[in-house]
Design a protein around this ligand. Structure first.
Ligand SMILES: *[C@@H]1O[C@H](CO)[C@@H](O)[C@H](O)[C@H]1NC(C)=O
Ligand SMILES: *[C@@H]1O[C@H](CO)[C@@H](O)[C@H](O)[C@H]1NC(C)=O
Length: 498
């Protein structure tokens, strides 16, 4: 993740920072909670436009608070859930393209139909960032008012409401959840890279928190800091907080790739490309609707460093979950931080594996650790994965790391392992061989890979691989060694290979 598009991050953040500096004197909580309750009864109409979509190409039909006829006209079905999309801060007063992709995916990608709505608060979001932040509370109040009115006039239950908020819209959802009156909470809130500036580190009542709905999930995709600020909020704000690729920055969003994008789509693509990592949260969610049978798995982990070592692929006691719409809605008291790797484009799913390779180094010299592996599965084989360990192998050590595959290779049955250090190491090897001519063949000499242990995250299967023949335990530079399963009997294995 080196060479980030500093320029773009910088520009986006400049706007944020500038806004927040200006905002300081404005105060951040002019629309207080108590005032919101007072004015709730009086709310006759909303500044937010609420739209319903009847089919995937529909541009929306406006429903109006206290106008039951609009519900009927727009095809609201009170026996179905309501999924409402809430956009974020606007820099151009246009509804962003992802909204239509999300509407289409919700309309076409679900086995159970839902009412799909949009809270269009562009007139309040196309403001200075700080002003938009202030307006977020007002819009939250209007969303809450709409839901209460639906309960009163259409026998609709708030537990059937799912708010999906992007960026600042995530906090709008949180405010809606906390402003709604009564003990019952709304059903679910999904936060798509909830906005960071002016929310990071604030108290739970001033941002989205797990208290705001029966179930809250969040996807964090752009939390890389610049001058102490990040576009997306870093801290956990949900029952399940997903950090794809660590959450800082997303694959495919690097400057070079962005330049290609601009070449292809012209200068109009610039604002789009600035938001690449931020908006990735949306596309991961849309992907979960479009590829429901191939959900992306994520695993609870303390940090990205441990995740990259493959140490966190466990699923016991609810430690893993699926990202997106079809998440297992199991409530936890505390926020759980889940990590996953993704591809750079849809379908984003990858298959996670932990590889634990036990090396025994009998060479005098440390070994420069570059290897390649070819993985053979029951469905497919995966060509050449290069592994570079971050330290030299000096003596006996077991290395653990995360390997991700874009395709499902089925059950892993064979590994071809090659020590890649070319000419330099061939020479060293030959030197070793001449200096110490082996009199009786010792069982281990030179560099030996004893076992390769593999854990597959997606299937939770554990496997052990050993060298095909015991004679050939030493690795020779550039020579490929075959490792086969040694944790099951060969009959069973042959059956699987068939
Ligand atoms: C509302 O949804 C239910 C459940 O899918 C369906 O049976 C019913 O026909 C729908 N009502 C209308 C008016 O479309
Ligand atoms: C490494 O392991 C081998 C075989 O298990 C053993 O003979 C050797 O003493 C070990 N070396 C070190 C430095 O632990």
């Amino acid at each position: 993740m080196e060479s980030p598009p500093c320029v773009s991050i910088f520009l986006v953040l400049c706007v944020f920072i500038q806004s927040s500096i200006h905002g300081q004197s404005l105060g951040l909580d002019p629309v207080g909670r108590s005032r919101a309750v007072e004015t709730k009864e009086a709310l006759q109409e909303t500044k937010t436009r609420f739209l319903l979509f009847e089919d995937e190409t529909d541009k929306g039909c406006q429903i109006r608070l206290n106008h039951p006829d609009t519900l009927q006209r727009c095809g609201f079905n009170s026996s179905l859930p309501l999924v409402m999309i809430i956009h974020g801060w606007s820099v151009d007063r246009f509804l962003e393209n992802w909204i239509w992709q999300m509407v289409a995916a919700l309309k076409s990608g679900l086995a159970q139909p839902v009412n799909v709505g949009l809270a269009d608060w562009l007139s309040l979001a196309y403001r200075h960032y700080t002003v938009a932040v202030r307006n977020a509370r007002l819009v939250g109040r209007e969303v809450a008012a709409l839901i209460q009115w639906l309960e009163e006039s259409a026998q609709f239950s708030r537990s059937n409401v799912h708010l999906i908020g992007y960026s600042l819209g995530a906090h709008v959802s949180g405010f809606a959840g906390s402003y709604i009156s009564g003990k019952q909470k709304i059903g679910r809130i999904t936060a798509l890279d909830a906005a960071g500036p002016l929310f990071e580190g604030s108290s739970p009542s001033d941002r989205l928190s797990p208290d705001d709905a029966n179930f809250v999930d969040a996807i964090h995709t752009f939390t890389r800091e610049h001058v102490g600020l990040s576009v997306g909020i870093k801290q956990p704000i949900a029952h399940y907080d997903f950090y794809p690729n660590g959450g800082y920055f997303q694959p495919g969003c690097h400057l070079l790739e962005l330049y290609k994008h601009i070449t292809k789509h012209g200068l109009n693509a610039i604002t789009q490309t600035f938001k690449c990592s931020h908006e990735r949260s949306v596309h991961l969610f849309v992907d979960s609707l479009l590829h429901a049978s191939q959900p992306s798995m994520a695993y609870q982990c303390s940090d990205m460093a441990s995740f990259s070592q493959g140490l966190c692929l466990g699923c016991k006691r609810g430690r893993c979950n699926t990202l997106g719409y079809h998440i297992r809605q199991q409530r936890q008291g505390k926020s759980k931080r889940l990590f996953l790797a993704t591809r750079a484009q849809s379908p984003f799913k990858v298959y996670h594996y932990q590889f634990k390779i036990q090396f025994i180094n009998h060479l005098e010299k440390p070994v420069e650790p570059t290897f390649t592996m070819t993985l053979h599965g029951t469905k497919e084989e995966n060509q050449k994965i290069t592994i570079t360990l971050d330290e030299e192998i000096t003596s006996n050590k077991t290395y653990s790391f995360l390997i991700t595959l874009d395709v499902d290779i089925g059950e892993l049955i064979m590994i071809k392992f090659k020590w890649e250090n070319g000419a330099v190491w061939t020479n060293v090897w030959n030197t070793v061989q001449t200096i110490i001519p082996w009199t009786r063949r010792p069982l281990y000499s030179g560099l030996v890979v004893k076992t390769i242990k593999v854990k597959a995250g997606e299937t939770q299967q554990r496997m052990t691989f050993c060298s095909e023949n015991m004679d050939g335990l030493q690795l020779h530079p550039t020579q490929e060694k075959t490792f086969v399963r040694c944790d099951m009997n060969s009959k069973k294995l042959k059956k699987k290979i068939r």
